[in-house]
Ligand binder design. Structure first.
Ligand code: SAH
Length: 362
């Protein structure tokens, strides 16, 4: 007898109610979901995992998000910003190891010196790699002119998680101080698209007060926004933050982890040809979290290339892996035995086919 879940998975389109059912199905049934998602990935993108070397440029942040360990009011953060030379060295490591791309991430900073430093770094990296190393940015909410300057300098992808696509839930996870405005974030995403970036967004899974309906709506939000890339991860408490005050007992982390696998699989089935990240937060919860995410339809990983002395400074959540994970013999750091049939895409940007289709339409 075909299960209700299998019947759902055989449908051409998933409705909101289907997504909610898939999010709450049993572990056994979820295996059908995972298998289907991996099949969709193989069919639309192939079985290759792309690498983005992550460079955590600075932990200085003007924002005060209630969940994040590098929020402005966390006085226990020792602040750092990489020098231009350090960023370029990390980028050249990525290039030498044949990573297709890097991703530069930081706390939010809108000062002119920050903006021009990033601009110069992008120009230098493009020059030194003859335009061969792809550059993704994840530098928060900025002005249209800033996004344009960085795009013109040579960055071509941008990740800005909406964090929660429900304005109500967004409000609960951010201070109500005029600096954390859902609609502003949404507008930034729109501007990124208009500027020409391959645009990515995503949410945290397991935020307080978040329901399965919220999560189903997050998937529909990303579908309707027509995103090119998606990054999602479990919310992990940080004890120096308002949402982590009760410590990091992490009672529900396992549930959040398995819910994230389901969200990744559903995202893959709904948005077949986008890039989906197997996030570091997955690895923080489960040693093989990234491999499991790949087996559920993800196709991108972001190995950390931040110089080791700064690693512990970029602690956005507790238990974030700070060890050296890049080895010359296995640059992805993945245990390939766990994802048979998968290969690592070396030396290629690995753009989402979705972006090219979106461009061809416009
Ligand atoms: N300033 C940038 C980068 C923020 S850090 C920006 O605004 O986009 C990157 C991501 O880490 C965030 O988008 C958020 O989704 C995630 N993050 C922050 N705190 C977290 C926590 N406690 N648990 C899990 N993920 C967290």
């Amino acid at each position: 007898m075909t299960s209700v879940i299998q019947t759902m998975l055989d449908k051409e389109y998933l409705e909101r109610s289907d997504i909610i059912e898939l999010l709450r199905c049993s572990e056994d049934e979820a295996l059908l979901l995972y298998r289907k998602a991996a099949g969709v990935r193989d069919r639309y993108l192939g079985n290759m995992v792309y690498l983005r070397g992550l460079i955590e440029y600075s932990n200085v942040c003007g924002k005060n998000c209630l969940y994040c360990g590098i929020r402005r009011d966390n006085r226990r953060v020792e602040h750092y910003t990489l020098t231009r030379e350090e960023v370029i060295e990390a980028a050249m490591t990525a290039y030498r190891l044949n990573f297709g791309s890097i991703a530069i991430q930081a706390g939010e900073n809108t000062s002119e010196s920050f903006i021009s430093n990033i601009e110069e770094i992008i120009v230098s990296i493009r020059k030194m790699t003859e335009g061969r190393l792809g550059i993704t940015l994840s530098l928060g909410e900025q002005k249209r002119e800033t996004y344009k300057r960085w795009f013109d300098a040579g960055a071509h992808r941008y990740l800005l998680r909406i964090e929660a696509s429900s304005p109500d839930l967004y409000r609960k996870a951010h201070p109500d101080d005029g600096m954390h405005n859902y609609y502003n974030r949404l507008e930034c995403l729109q501007i990124l698209k208009e500027t020409g970036y391959q645009t990515g967004t995503g949410v945290m899974i397991g935020l307080p007060c978040q329901s399965l309906t919220h999560l189903a709506d997050d998937i529909l939000f990303m579908r309707d926004f027509d995103i090119d890339m998606c990054g999602m991860g479990p919310f992990i408490e940080h004890s120096d933050t308002p949402l982590g005050r009760n410590g990091s007992e992490n009672l529900f982390l396992k549930e959040r982890f398995s819910l994230t696998l389901r969200m990744i699989a559903i995202a893959r089935i709904v948005m077949k040809d986008i890039n989906i990240v197997a996030s570091t937060a997955m690895q923080a919860v489960d040693k093989f979290g990234r491999e499991k995410a790949i087996a559920c339809g993800a196709n991108v990983i972001m190995p950390n290339l931040t110089p080791e002395i700064y690693r512990s400074g970029y602690r956005i959540y507790e238990g974030k892996p700070a060890f050296k994970e890049i080895e010359e013999v296995n640059v992805s750091g993945l245990n390939m035995d766990l994802i048979p049939g998968t290969t690592i895409g070396l030396g290629i940007w690995g753009d989402a086919p979705h972006f090219n289709k979106r461009m061809a339409k416009s």
